[in-house]
Write a protein that binds this ligand. Structure first.
Ligand code: THU
Length: 161
């Protein structure tokens, strides 16, 4: 016997093809990326979330001289969002970045790291499915319908019961 996990996502050529709400969120993520604290990697990541109460909350990566202490933008955002708006879910999160190490890039979408995927799944489990918008400063945009598609067979709190 075999089980199969199918994963599909939407691909858009640019922000111009998004609806107004998604485009606004992606613009927030692109703008906030520049506010990241990323003196070690020079890789500036910005995330913006539309919450169920219509608040928009943003987050950026927060690096540390002790490298593993670094917080990714996605986890910084979720910690902020749930602290300011407890018990409110996130409808959609947009993630963008600016790689200051090179002049001609940041045009390809990036995707959350493994640790952030685990945190995204936990946030979804507390609330409901979260759409994810991925894009660089320009260029293609990917939309994923729910974060747990990025982490099949994930470990969850239920496993601890
Ligand atoms: N980073 C994020 O903030 N989010 C991601 O999804 C990938 C990586 C950060 C962590 C670190 O500060 C820098 O990008 C380089 O890895």
């Amino acid at each position: 016997m075999k089980e199969t996990c199918n994963f599909s996502f939407e691909v858009y050529e640019s922000i111009d093809e998004l609806n107004a709400q998604d485009a606004t969120l992606l613009k927030h993520a692109r703008q906030v990326a520049e506010q990241a604290y990323a003196p070690y990697s020079n890789f500036f990541v910005g995330a913006a979330a539309l919450m169920d109460n219509e608040a928009i909350v943003t987050g950026t990566n927060q690096e540390n001289a002790s490298y593993p202490v670094t917080l990714c933008a996605e986890r910084a955002l979720m910690a902020t969002a749930t602290s300011i708006h407890p018990n409110i879910g996130i409808d959609t999160m947009a993630i963008s970045y600016h790689n200051h190490n090179a002049n001609t890039n940041s045009h390809q979408p990036i995707s959350p790291c493994g640790m952030c995927r685990q945190s995204l799944v936990e946030f979804e489990t507390r609330h409901h499915a979260m759409r994810i918008i991925l894009s660089g400063l320009s260029g293609k945009v990917y939309i994923i319908q729910q974060a747990n598609q990025l982490l099949p067979l994930s470990f969850k709190g239920d496993n601890l019961k």
